[in-house]
Write a protein that binds this ligand. Sequence first.
Ligand SMILES: Cc1cc2nc3c(=O)[nH]c(=O)nc-3n(C[C@H](O)[C@H](O)[C@H](O)COP(=O)(O)OP(=O)(O)OC[C@H]3O[C@@H](n4cnc5c(N)ncnc54)[C@H](O)[C@@H]3O)c2cc1C
Ligand code: SF4
Length: 543
Amino acid sequence: MSRESQFDVIIIGTGAGGGTLAYHLAPSGKRILILERGDYVAREKDNWNPKAVNVDVKYNTKESWRDVDGKELHPHTNYYVGGNTKFYGAALFRLRQKDFGEIRHFGGISPAWPIGYDELEPYYTQAENLYQVHGNRGEDPTEPPAGKAYPWPAVSHEQRIQHLADDFRAAGLIPFHTPLGVMLDEKNPRLSPCIRCNTCDGFPCLVHAKSDAQVLCVDPALQYPNVTLLTNALVKRLESDSSGREVRKVLVERNGVLETYSGSIVVVSCGAINSAALLLRSANDRQPNGLANSSGVVGRHYMGHTNSVLMAISKCPNLTIFQKTLSVNDFYFGSKDFEYPMGHISFVGKLDAITLRAGAPAIAPGFTLELMAKHSLDFWLTSEDLPDPNNRVTINRDGEIALAYTPNNLKAHDQLKAHLQRAMKQNTCSIHGHECHQGLFARSLYVGQRIPLAGVAHQNGTIRFGRDPKTSALDVNCKAHDLDNLYVVDGSFFPSSGAVNPGLTIMANALRVGDHLLRRLRVPIVECAANGSKSTVAQPVAG
Ligand SMILES: Cc1cc2nc3c(=O)[nH]c(=O)nc-3n(C[C@H](O)[C@H](O)[C@H](O)COP(=O)(O)OP(=O)(O)OC[C@H]3O[C@@H](n4cnc5c(N)ncnc54)[C@H](O)[C@@H]3O)c2cc1C
Ligand code: SF4
């Protein structure tokens, strides 16, 4: 059975890109169809259960991908309304201004973006307002210029993290408060939606207080009668017209039935790996290498950051509940000892013994896993990986996703670890002095999977934007060079990835592309003075 329906805009995927775009376009009055392969995350006690989430990986997709040798991969990614923002740590950073230009790294060149920071800046402000980012402007030494203050003050440090911040400052570093999208009102705890719990990063929020794309974008968009969401709607293929310049049909499998939808504009936002896979699967006689792929770049230049979780074990316990409040960017662009960019230091949520058992870290001498969990500061280190055309998504003969990835620029990451190690050695406490710090221990990221968890969490780069159709698949508005009505607004468009978390940049870009689409649809954009954000008017302009 087949069902056909015509829409003005079809958005595929409801994560940071698709969800944000749906929110932005919703007031336009245009007929918008949102297609999401997943369902809503069930609200249940397991949302906050470390065993269910980290050991049983209850909420991960059960889909298998393949690595370059054809071995099975179980990707740590989530298919739900809100996409991976349902599970993210909500550290919402702007890229640095210099990240938009070409940067020389130890391992090679990080290419320039086709737009400058200035073009994205107003949209970063809008995205920070929309996602209720809590931060203190001016603390981060590498922070780019911003037109407005954060809408909420930074989330405060708990005692152990404050002590660490003081130690880092005494050692000459400039630690700062991580910008976070949690709906915490510390001045009014009785009414604060967020209760500042220990199960945030990697967990869905049981009380809907995390700034995710479902709660803040998709649900509000659905208040408009012109917006329709279909869940459990897996887009299998896009079909173009006889000229090859337009997507005519979106083929969807829903509850075992194949349905067909048409949109004047089709926006793909399935996450960088699935969006590339969808375009490659949509190959036809005229476009044998995949849709929008005359350049051959679709699926290539996959990036995911080089990430490590490092546990710094101290003799003193770490009683922190919500640990993600502190970051260090002193080594982002280099140091006196290493002149190349190294990356970003921040925190994961507080690790517990149940999660550690699954991650099997090297045991610190004299410690058990329980003790390590109680005494660890759990750092998250991110370095930029460089776009390599051979790091790529392909579709194998069985129609499965295959991911080839050889890490690069690793020396920068090793240097980042060494710099953190040195900074930690200078830490002190009133009981144990410098002897308090027992060393850094890597927590394996290969938790029951064969690819690094984080390698997929920060996926980007597979459908890069650029000015030259020979070397990029999308133009500066994220429209496919080859097609007139196909856009991509997830993390695929990054030509390089910087070393901060990608979420806010994806959201800001979705708002930017949203404005372009509103102009194309001839819907006026009005300034909303209250929060500096823009919104559309309810009725489209005739003609
Ligand atoms: C545990 C974890 C922690 C993270 N922490 C942070 C953080 O602190 N800060 C940060 O900035 N980033 C963080 N990230 C990364 C962040 O979540 C992603 O960068 C962001 O969600 C990517 O947005 P996206 O729109 O590209 O894709 P996604 O958010 O993944 O959305 C893609 C959507 O498309 C749907 N979809 C896929 N294929 C199809 C199809 N064929 N048909 C229909 N629908 C489809 C998916 O179900 C999903 O809903 C984290 C990620 C994880 C997993
Ligand atoms: S810390 Fe706040 S936002 Fe995060 S899961 Fe807990 S209640 Fe939700």
